[in-house]
Design a protein around this ligand. Structure first.
Ligand SMILES: Nc1ncnc2c1ncn2[C@@H]1O[C@H](COP(=O)(O)OP(=O)(O)OP(=O)(O)O)[C@@H](O)[C@H]1O
Ligand SMILES: [Mg+2]
Length: 333
């Protein structure tokens, strides 16, 4: 499948009074056309920083200090203001971590759709804008007469669906969703993601999906990238990543949430805390917390390497779920 987006060796720094903090360090991944790529990892590992940098929406003190963000082969980092403007709603749109609060409280939903359409010359009249907006509301299962309501007249789940409809207004090729449903209950969360999945099947766009909820991620994504302290440590197929984790951190992450089926198991979690980005160790950033850590891990930082089964792992001691010892550890995932 053709790649829609290729992130290559991306580095993003936050410039602080005490020096630069590299929140995203040498991260590379690809999102093929018509596919969903998930980014997982603990709070603060750099997921949102990547999402903002991809749309060049990062603000000082953040700077992109290296790498490329290729969208259909063209580097977003080199885009002119005009190219960026088109890229931002037409090619790529984003549903933010606090999406429900990004609607303007004093304008009707109708006006806010109109604002998007006219800014991009996508309609020739207000009537056409209303027609297109109603079509989008229908797609996300909101009664079309609600178009003339204000955001406070909607429930949280409905507002979230309105935001998704707006994000899809110009039929983007890539939809970035950063924790789009965190504030909603689990049933509504699943419904909304199912909707996005169906729309993706219908329109054929790609999605970058960021969430803390690994079970949702496994269900809806094609591929998952796992981040740890600014580094991408594993990229694998969503169907196998938790059953056959290669990186001990992925294994730990999978162990930190309850399984839906099988016997009740004690959740283990991951001992320790992430490294201080302003005081990085020489070796692997996860070594202090890792049950497989060796002397080499403490000395040398592992690079992200392709494994035999086409997964990518940054680990000197990758797990092998068919080995007796590792199998015992992962048996209940
Ligand atoms: N304005 C800032 N100045 C300095 N450091 C920052 C700034 N914003 C973010 N960071 C640091 O960058 C790192 C990555 O933050 P980011 O928001 O990308 O994490 P995240 O993975 O999205 O976390 P979460 O899951 O909580 O949303 C964190 O260590 C954070 O402390
Ligand atoms: Mg975030």
């Amino acid at each position: 499948m053709k790649n829609l987006l290729e992130v290559k060796n991306l580095c993003v720094d936050y410039i602080t009074f005490t020096g630069a903090i590299r929140a995203v360090d040498d991260v590379s991944f690809c999102i093929p056309e018509n596919s969903i790529f998930g980014l997982a990892g603990e709070s603060g590992c750099g997921k949102s920083t990547i999402a903002y940098a991809m749309m060049r929406l990062h603000r000082p003190p953040a700077i992109i200090s290296g790498g490329n963000i290729l969208f259909e082969g063209k580097d977003v980092i080199d885009f002119s203001d005009e190219e960026l403007r088109k890229f931002r709603w037409k090619d790529t749109s984003m549903v933010f971590q606090s999406a429900m609060n990004c609607l303007n409280p004093v304008k009707t939903i109708e006006y806010q759709f109109w604002d998007i359409f006219q800014a991009h010359n996508a309609v020739s009249s207000r009537e056409e804008s209303i027609e297109k907006s109603q079509e989008l509301l229908r797609i996300v299962d909101i009664p079309i007469e609600r178009l003339f309501d204000y955001p406070h007249q909607f429930s949280g789940g409905m507002r979230q669906r309105v935001v998704i409809a707006m994000a899809l207004a110009l039929k983007p090729k890539l939809l970035i969703m950063d924790e789009p449903t965190t504030a909603l209950d689990v049933v509504v969360q699943r419904e909304i993601l199912q909707k996005v999945y169906d729309l993706k099947e219908l329109f054929g766009f790609s999605v970058l999906f960021i969430t803390h909820d690994l079970s949702l991620m496994v269900e809806f994504c094609d591929q998952i990238g796992v981040m740890y302290s600014g580094k991408l440590v594993e990229v694998a197929n969503a169907k196998t990543i938790l059953r056959e984790p290669k990186h001990p951190y992925t294994y730990g992450l999978g162990n930190s949430f309850p399984t839906l089926r099988g016997e009740m198991q004690e959740m283990k979690g991951i001992p320790g805390t992430p490294v201080d980005l302003s005081n990085l160790p020489n070796g692997c950033r996860f070594a202090e917390r890792c049950f497989k850590s060796s002397e080499l891990c403490k000395k040398q930082e592992p690079a992200l390497k392709q494994q035999q089964d086409n997964t990518f792992t940054a680990c000197h001691m990758p797990m092998n779920t068919s080995s007796e010892e590792d199998h015992k550890e992962v048996a209940h995932v």
